[in-house]
Design a protein around this ligand. Sequence first.
Ligand SMILES: Nc1ncnc2c1ncn2[C@@H]1O[C@H](COP(=O)(O)OP(=O)(O)OP(=O)(O)O)[C@@H](O)[C@H]1O
Ligand SMILES: [Mg+2]
Length: 502
Amino acid sequence: MLSKIDLQKFNTLIEINTLINSNYEDAHSLVTQILDSATRLCDCESSSLLLLDRDAGELYFEIALGSKSVEVKRFTVKLEEGIAGWVVRHNKAVIINDVIHDTRHLHTIARQIDYPTQTMMAVPMRVKDRCIGVIELINKKNNQLFVQDDLEWLEIFANQAALAIVNVQSIEKARSEIQQLQDQLKTDQGYHTMIAKSPIMMTKLELVERIAKTDSSVLILGESGVGKELFAEQIHLRSLRSAKPFIRVNCAALPEGLLESEMFGHVKGAFTNAIADRRGRFEMAEGGTIFLDEIGDLALPLQAKLLRVIQEKTFEKVGSGTSITVNVRILAATNKNVEALVAAGEFRHDLYYRLNVLPLYIPPLRQRPEDIPELAAFFLSKGMLETKKQFEGFAPEAMDAMLAYSWPGNIRELENCVERACVIGKNQWIQEEDLFLKKTATPPFQEVGSRDLKSAVTAFRAYFIQKVLEEHQGNQTETAKALDIQRTYLSKLIKELNIHVG
Ligand SMILES: Nc1ncnc2c1ncn2[C@@H]1O[C@H](COP(=O)(O)OP(=O)(O)OP(=O)(O)O)[C@@H](O)[C@H]1O
Ligand SMILES: [Mg+2]
């Protein structure tokens, strides 16, 4: 017949097992739960889970529970020291009911944290007989002594904890291998074909040629979809670093903590789930170029860290005190108004000046209509491959419509528009209606009759705001951004100038 406490232990083990088998990825909280259950069910005051760092030849406190949990986590234990070290060396469990007189006990830690240890149980955490860490339970309550039955239960819990950790380690390992393969793919063949015909793009490409030969940081600016990433690729490809990696980081894609470890890497134990060391993107880019996209979204603490990389070429991995030196060229891009961000205190001005050594502004598509026919033909041939359909090209009305349209989403919008037309098109030539372009409602600016400057300026203001509003599909927040004015000021102007919205 099972006792009540045995029944509780069984039930807890079943719960833990279910969690482990459900591919639970937060190893730290799962193992904390295992240790907490073991501490409660064995009725003792405190406990710790130490993990083995074989390279360093020591154990570190992954989890500590009890009144001195914070203090104890500062320590590491050498393999030749203490009861935990003994357990690893012998791969054996022990009960010590008279710790004070045990020569193996590391009295220094107990004394420094002022926590007298009377009784203790320590068991190895094993994976296929290999010890990966130690669980210690300390001071059985009510002056009780640990017995063999306690030890057997603790061994079962320890094996569960080992299993949970190894499971997550293999998920992490697989993920980092996939990531490396993806990076490899991107650096090998992830470059885009750049189409450029307009005189303005020719001068930009000449500038790129000159910029490419230097090691200066470049800040690439321009509206969304203008091809900033392609320009970054071109700078790298035309540089002396072209045989080395081109590594992309999207600063807006991850929350701050994850982004920091993505950029700079982390060391084992730096935070929950940091079960193995990880290389960051800066290390991956060694000798090559790093492209920091959406730099305007970078959180202030990371801006400080980035500034140091630019100035001193060094950084530390998350959770490490050791500096790493890299030889990486930095390119950054954003569609935000960085000067406005600096003024608002959201972007460090020193970082802005450092990045902005060579600014490269990519003009919107509406300012270079000469590129439209060539880009459209390029996207049409891509679309034909994807849809396995054949078209001769664009009907003249379709081309005229594309040339007259303002393309608020720039080349990305043109690309989507042509791809969609490929899917929809039923004729030999792509028709105007296949493109679904919104007709531009605002005709070109008409001079007002009177010659006084004030009314001419007012008329132009109203015309211009109307046009930009239209380019942003009536979205006032986006329009205010494009006009570089406050959203509230835009509303005021719309009212004052009697502008029609929508
Ligand atoms: N000159 C070009 N030739 C061919 N394709 C281009 C060109 N410029 C941009 N594209 C295509 O347009 C799309 C948008 O380009 P890209 O991602 O570089 O824009 P972006 O400026 O980085 O935009 P965002 O600010 O939204 O990130 C991509 O699919 C890209 O391949
Ligand atoms: Mg981009």
